[in-house]
Design a protein around this ligand. Structure first.
Ligand SMILES: Cc1ncc(COP(=O)(O)O)c(C=O)c1O
Length: 387
């Protein structure tokens, strides 16, 4: 099927593989195809070397040690391993987990699953900007709390959580701290040590790496985090995640993070300027437009807005051949339910259905931003006439 190529502005859903990443991956499909576990021969040893290098690249961007990185199939699996793994491993210590209402379903549904199994979970609210209050996190801790799981940056509204403060609180109380950083790693600085993070989930396809690969940082000391596995088999990845390593994907993930480490500062500046420019233009075209998320403590490439009175599905449909954007999380686009994140920040159901999310990416140019603004403007005017 030939696909039309509208301007892509849905980078929170996924990103294209960077050509440099693709180049680095290519030899590992058929030339260097060895099993990284078969190190007794050259094919396996070369693959194992590539995995070693990628592990160092992943560790580097998180200020972690390479032994602290576990490769997984993506952030969903990392979230599951972290939460289920802690719940089981530390069951003798307690059965309580703290998280928040705006988390990704990979965290929320894993917590719900644990509740069905008799564990107790506190879902903290957020303020109008989508920020969780570290004071409320501290108040929610009981002697039974084993884990706090708060996402680093929200995938719908881009709000960046006070991760360092929450990490400090967790450690003060001897509770482990997990953060789903799928939307943060490679976009904003994430320092596992400085931020007191014990477990951190990340994903390849949100940072110009391939789909189906991701990782979990697992703190190796002070404290050394132990996880019960949820998948059993050959004992790869220290027995935490059995299964033959996806060498090609791992090479891509490592390369993507190495590039991001060097380039994210510059990209951040460019994106911030563009998303501000877009919001200003939308405000002029549609004065009742509302910004969703924090005005400054947000991912620079994210812009989530409500156009009250406009059905977001209609706007997205009109834009379909020109600009690809979405109404919110890719995992829930087929759902008619309003976004749980927008409701949590106080939007009404009606307002939630008028929200659109722009996610700028490495491939976007200033010209595309200008064109995007123009197209949104034109279709908003068209839809307004129908009101
Ligand atoms: C915050 C967050 N967590 C988890 C995920 C799931 O990541 P993956 O697609 O790598 O499983 C996503 C992707 O949509 C996300 O945005």
């Amino acid at each position: 099927m030939e696909i039309k190529r509208p301007i892509y502005m849905d980078s929170h859903a996924t990103t294209p593989v960077d050509p440099r990443v693709f180049e680095a991956m290519l030899p590992y499909f058929s030339e260097i195809f060895g099993n990284a576990g078969s190190i007794d021969h050259n094919y396996g040893a070369v693959a194992a070397d590539a995995v070693k290098k990628a592990r160092e690249q992943c560790a580097h961007i998180l200020n972690a040690q390479s032994e602290e990185i576990i490769f997984t199939s993506g952030a969903t699996e990392s979230d599951n391993i972290a939460i289920l793994g802690v719940a089981e491993q530390y069951a003798a210590k307690g059965d309580h987990i703290i998280t928040c209402v705006t988390e990704h379903k990979a965290v929320l549904d894993t917590c719900k699953h644990l509740q069905m199994a008799g564990k107790s979970v506190t879902y903290l609210p957020v303020d109008h900007y989508g920020l969780v209050d570290p004071g409320q996190v501290e108040d929610a801790i009981t002697e039974k709390t084993v884990l706090i799981s708060i996402m680093a940056a929200n995938n719908e509204i881009g709000t960046i959580a006070p991760i360092k403060e929450i990490g400090e609180i967790a450690h003060k109380h001897g509770v482990l701290f997990h953060t789903d950083a799928a939307q943060a790693v490679g976009h904003i600085p994430m320092d596992a040590k400085e931020m007191n993070i014990d477990l951190l989930s990340f994903s390849g396809h949100k940072i110009y790496g391939p789909k189906g690969i991701g990782g979990l940082y697992v703190r190796g000391s002070k404290p050394r985090v132990k996880l019960s596995p949820i998948v059993f088999g050959g004992g790869q990845e220290k027995g935490i995640r059995s299964g033959t390593l996806n060498v090609t994907g791992i090479v891509g993930l490592g390369e993507a993070l190495a590039i991001a480490r060097k380039e994210m500062g510059k990209e951040e500046k460019r994106f911030r300027q563009w998303t501000m420019q877009m919001f200003d233009a939308f405000k002029e075209a549609y004065p009742s437009v509302m910004l969703n998320g924090h005005p400054t403590q947000r991912l620079a490439h994210n812009l989530n807005v409500c156009f009250p009175g406009i059905e977001s599905k209609a706007l997205i449909h009109l834009l379909r051949d020109d600009v690809s954007i979405s109404a919110g999380s890719a995992c829930t686009t087929t759902s008619v339910e309003p976004s749980h994140v927008l409701l949590a920040i106080g939007r009404t159901v009606e307002e939630s259905h008028s929200a659109v999310r722009f996610g700028l990416g490495r491939g976007n140019s200033e010209k595309e931003v200008g064109l995007g603004i123009k197209k949104v403007y034109d279709y908003l005017k068209q839809l307004e006439k129908l009101k």
